[in-house]
Design a binder for this molecule. Structure first.
Ligand code: ATP
Length: 579
């Protein structure tokens, strides 16, 4: 169970705060993993103590029973240590993947669900996926494979230092000073490496964005002989990424010779001091053996710490980036209220609307009115601003000035859910999911009965075609409608729009270039979905324009008043002009 909502904002404090938040969400297995790590560390520390006991008792001539008891205790410690390592490995992996899944969910929520559609579309799919999945994966792997082992290694190292300070104080103190120096150096190098890893992660996301684009454009690129260019671009990006990653990786690895030096100095200091004290009778042979084993035990944690450094630095970089992403407010997030508009077919009004993408104004002082239950066709040359008008009606963008009203209510004050309750869209570019025909029509709403879906298809004259498919309504469709004709895709899009009991319909004719048969199917779909609704249609063909009550002509983002008006008059004047 998540103690916090998946979309909860990350407080100030960046990556560390985010990691703490995520740990709190996976606290059960996290605490278990820490306990298991502490148990295995304690077992590792107990080994040399038991050896000292054994050697000192043996040299003092104790009984075989005491020695056997110590040996059994040693074996038990080894067994507990192994059990602790297995348990911590399992719990650490569990914690890591819980954290990764939650982070994935939060990043998805932020970058895909909360972000306005137009912003999401601006970014490359591969880049967004890499930011969500690639980054969460790195955090999950680092938590399970490096964070918990690192805690165990630090506990073992600290325990050894304490034993050294008690047994050979001067050498122990020297080691403590060296360890503090090593830690400070490591922190410094890490800060540098983390910033390199941040750059590397951003570059990797861009690389994936490019690869996703190249994949999507494959059918265009190949005939245009652009493959070499794509490969060259990918190569260029990979080389740049490799250069940054190499620098970041090397920064982590510079720690390795330092740990080796620390180990060599520890060996010399502790054994030198130990031998010296033994010569003067201040140390038993058992204690010297224990010191040797402890210094030897230090090698593994030190090596692991240096080999895990780059994984931890990458994790820190990713956490920092993710925390910044999660803390940003979605662009254009305004004060949406619980405003509602009346049931039925609401009217639409644009009042002196001006709008631009960035600095470029694309709609200038646009005013029009679509009374409830009537229809408006918007025409105009490419780039005139037709789709932008639709974006404003659908709440995908907000006017820079002026008002867009639906049912008399300012559309920017409506929540997405309230707008979606009243608005349905029919687009020639409708996306079909890799799912069944039925799921594509109901948009995965299992509560809609098959009979209702078939009734809708009947109204589009398509029930026979769907029933003849190998699995009927349950036939699977390829992603983007692969395996279906253009006309069939439009029928499914029409069925989707018909099924939703919304009083407001937006129709987006993406193109006028349809073959005659598909055009006939499209006209039939449009005719079936319009009755009883307020309709705004971006129109590209006369056959569909004939079905609307009014026509609005846009030219360079402005309403061409002289050409705008009642459909019958405009169409007859056009016919007159061309006859
Ligand atoms: N998401 C966007 N970001 C930036 N500029 C955009 C965006 N969408 C459209 N534009 C620009 O806004 C202007 C109007 O575009 P819009 O898509 O509304 O025109 P349109 O009349 O629908 O064109 P078409 O008939 O070719 O679809 C164009 O100059 C276009 O380049």
């Amino acid at each position: 169970m998540n103690p916090e909502p998946a979309s909860g904002r990350t407080p100030a404090g960046g990556g560390a705060a985010l990691l703490r938040q995520e740990f709190r969400a996976a606290w059960g297995s996290g605490v278990g993993a820490v306990l298991a790590v502490l148990i295995s560390a304690a077992a590792a520390l107990a080994g040399p103590l038991l050896v000292r006991h054994f050697v000192d008792r043996a040299t003092a001539g104790t009984t075989a029973a005491v020695l056997a008891g110590t040996a059994v205790a040693y074996l038990l410690a080894a067994l507990v240590g192994t059990g602790g390592r297995i348990g911590s490995g399992y719990l650490a992996a569990r914690t890591g993947w819980q954290i990764a899944d939650r982070l994935r969910e939060r990043l998805f929520q932020r970058l895909v669900v909360e972000e306005p559609v137009l912003e999401v579309e601006r970014r490359q799919t591969g880049e967004v996926l890499e930011q969500i999945d690639g980054n969460s994966d790195i955090v999950g792997r680092a938590v399970s494979e490096s964070v918990f082992p690192m805690i165990g290694n630090l506990v073992v190292a600290a325990g050894i230092l304490v034993v050294m300070l008690v047994t050979v104080p001067a050498a122990g103190l020297g080691l403590a000073v060296l360890a503090v120096g090593l830690f400070a150096g490591f922190s410094r190098i890490s800060r540098w490496a983390v910033s390199r890893w941040e750059t590397a992660r951003l570059q990797q996301a861009r690389l994936f964005g490019f690869l996703g684009d190249a994949l999507a454009a494959r059918s265009d690129v190949q005939p245009l002989n652009g493959t070499a260019w794509v490969v060259q671009q990918a190569d260029h990006r990979l080389n740049a990424l490799f250069a940054v990653e190499r620098r970041a990786y090397l920064a982590g690895r510079t720690f390795w010779p330092a740990t080796q030096l620390f180990f060599a100095i520890s060996f010399a200091l502790v054994l030198g001091a130990g031998l010296n004290r033994m010569g003067s009778g201040g140390l038993t042979i058992g204690t010297l053996a224990m010191l040797y084993l402890y210094v030897d035990l230090l090698q593994e944690p030190l090596e692991q710490v240096s080999s895990q450094a780059d994984e931890l630095q990458q994790m820190a970089a990713v956490l920092g980036l993710s925390a910044r992403t999660l803390a940003e407010s979605p662009m254009g997030a305004g004060a949406r209220t619980s405003a509602r508009f009346p049931e039925g077919s609401p009217g639409i009004a644009f009042e002196h609307v001006t709008f631009g993408y960035g600095d470029e104004t694309v709609l200038h002082d646009v005013t029009f009115d679509v009374p409830a239950g009537t229809s408006l066709g918007i025409v105009g040359p490419t780039g005139a601003g037709k789709s932008t008008v639709v974006n404003l009606i659908c709440g995908l963008a907000a006017p820079a000035s002026g008002l867009v009203r639906i049912g008399g209510v300012d559309v920017t004050t409506l929540t997405e859910a309230e707008l979606a309750r009243h608005l349905t869209v029919l687009s020639q570019g409708a996306h079909l999911f890799a799912a069944s025909v039925r799921e594509n029509i109901t948009l995965f709403d299992d509560s809609v009965p098959a009979e209702q879906v078939l009734a809708v298809l009947e109204r589009l004259d398509a029930a026979g075609w769907v029933n003849a498919l190998p699995g009927g309504l349950d036939t699977r469709v390829g992603a983007g409608g692969r395996g279906l004709s253009e006309g069939e895709i439009q029928v499914l899009a029409g069925a989707r729009a018909l099924l939703r009991p919304c009083g407001l319909l937006v129709i987006d004719e993406g193109t006028s270039r349809l073959d005659p048969q598909t055009e006939r199917v499209w006209s039939r779909v449009v005719e079936a979905v319009m009755p009883g609704r307020t309709v705004v249609m971006v129109a590209h063909r006369t056959s569909t324009l004939a079905q609307v009550d009014q026509i609005l002509v846009l030219e360079n983002g402005r309403v061409d008043v002289s050409a705008t008006g009642n459909t019958a008059e405009i169409l007859s004047s056009r016919a007159g002009a061309t006859s």
